[in-house]
Design a protein around this ligand. Structure first.
Ligand SMILES: Nc1nc2c(ncn2[C@@H]2O[C@H](COP(=O)(O)OP(=O)(O)OP(=O)(O)O)[C@@H](O)[C@H]2O)c(=O)[nH]1
Ligand SMILES: [Mg+2]
Length: 172
């Protein structure tokens, strides 16, 4: 369905814009400002144009997340792996979304793996209770990071990009 988008959600500061801009350029690009509302980004992947839609993670914008679920081909949920205090909050929102749509494929980015305090993906899996997000759902978890502006994106992000393209082509 050409009108459907890949939704990119997660708490403010998790790294959504930085991830999208880096995936679009294939070079690390840190975001310069928090997203105020909506941030649509088109990314070319293997001859296909894919439309991503980030919705800002600050409180005023979170009420829109669930409303846009129906437009989602798949959900990318980004967490700051080093922001331990807010993982329970991230989990709460993620579970609200997954309960609202029990089949939407889910790709979790355990982001900011470069930070000393970052939790390993196994701890993120636990903290977000990913084993409880539904048996009928495709679920993937990547440890990701963007470091120096202009550097190559890490291979796990390239892998994630390829997987997202594959999923988007196969779920309707
Ligand atoms: N150390 C580190 N910092 C990162 C990484 N990715 C993003 N950041 C920083 O985290 C901050 C927030 O990044 P954004 O991409 O704006 O986060 P966001 O999820 O889009 O936030 P909102 O738009 O407010 O919802 C910025 O200062 C980024 O430079 C990363 O992998 N490692
Ligand atoms: Mg943003």
């Amino acid at each position: 369905d050409k009108n459907k988008q890949i939704l990119v959600l997660g708490l403010d500061g998790a790294g959504k814009t930085s991830i999208l801009d880096s995936l679009a350029l294939n070079k690390v690009q840190h975001s310069k400002a928090p997203t105020q509302g909506f941030n649509p980004v088109c990314i070319d992947i293997e001859d296909n144009q894919m439309e991503f839609l980030e919705i800002g993670g600050s409180e005023p914008f979170r009420s829109y997340w669930e409303m846009y679920l129906f437009k989602g081909l798949l959900l990318i949920f980004v967490v700051d792996s080093a922001d331990h205090n807010r993982l329970p909050e991230a989990k709460k929102f993620l579970h609200q979304l997954t309960e609202a749509n029990p089949i939407l494929p889910l790709v979790v980015f355990a982001h900011k793996q470069d930070l000393e305090a970052a939790y390993h993906i196994t701890d993120i899996h636990e903290a977000l209770a990913l084993s409880e997000v539904g048996n009928d759902r495709k679920l993937f978890l990547f440890g990701t990071q963007v470091t120096k502006n202009g550097s190559e994106i890490p291979s796990t992000m390239q892998d994630a990009k390829d997987l997202i393209a594959h999923l988007a082509a196969n779920v309707q």
